[in-house]
Design a protein around this ligand. Sequence first.
Ligand code: ZN
Length: 333
Amino acid sequence: MFDTFKTQSELAKIFAPAGRERALIYRLLEMAKPYADECNIDTLGNLIVRKKGGGRKIMVSAHADSIGLIITHIKDKGFLRFCRIGGLRLDMLLGSSVVFENGIKGTVRREAKAKLDELKDYECFVDIGAGSKEAALKHVNVGDIAVFSAETYTNCGNIVSPYLDDRIGCVILLQTLAMLDNPVNDVYFVFSVQEEVGLRGAKTAAYAIQPDLGLAVDVTGVGDTPEVKAHMACGLGKGAAIKLRDNSIISHPGVVAWLEGAAKSADIPVQREVLPAGGTDAGAIHVSRGGVPSGGISIPTRYIHSLAEMADLADIDACTRLLTAALNTGAEL
Ligand code: ZN
């Protein structure tokens, strides 16, 4: 069985920004293999793990990639200019520690004249303390990518970690895979690549798998912190979230009913999720080929896309139990 804290801590440390997920994909393959009927890595780099069953073909996707920043230019004094990969917010990034694939670390800073509320990429830089362009080039080159560098810990029943988005989705898929025995449905677990830059991995995986039903397992925002911008019913500690809507999909009513029915039968706490912004792999799956009824199971998470994303351990457990129960329930669409 995959312990939530231990597995998340390990996966969060593996360097896997969008387009550079290889190390993580191979580690996930190693972890999934003992429980799988078939595993393969496709051309784009998605890991597809099948657990055979007799019913509908269901694609369950959690993305392996993360947001990051990519070096565009190295200045004379060794400061690194960058642009962002995925929906990274500069206010979350500023002051953070970041790490490159080779282990070199840096801190993200802004020019003194830059206005905090109108901050632009070109007003920020990474300082690795090199001192000169030549010294910096010994460690980092244009095109190198950095990700957040931070620890995973637990506090007050919550887990705090960089890249709960969406390593925690990967953990939930692994836990479900390990628990499923002769599932009612024919399940394809996809650990997708390049979600953060436009759901790219899920697009090709869904095309190849041709599922009858699609699910994304990913984090979602919450409305339970002070002075939130978006009013959301979702909050920490209220159970697994069943997606009704985000910017990439309006969930199929049959999929929502299937998930709510499975939760009711297995007595799993759930809440409804309407996410005003952002998208998930379900967005790519549901418009694949002639269309795929799709929805999502979401992990309510605070401070998404920061180095200290926070989720409730009981909610994560509810997500795993809901996914397992649903995959063992026939779906009426
Ligand atoms: Zn995500």
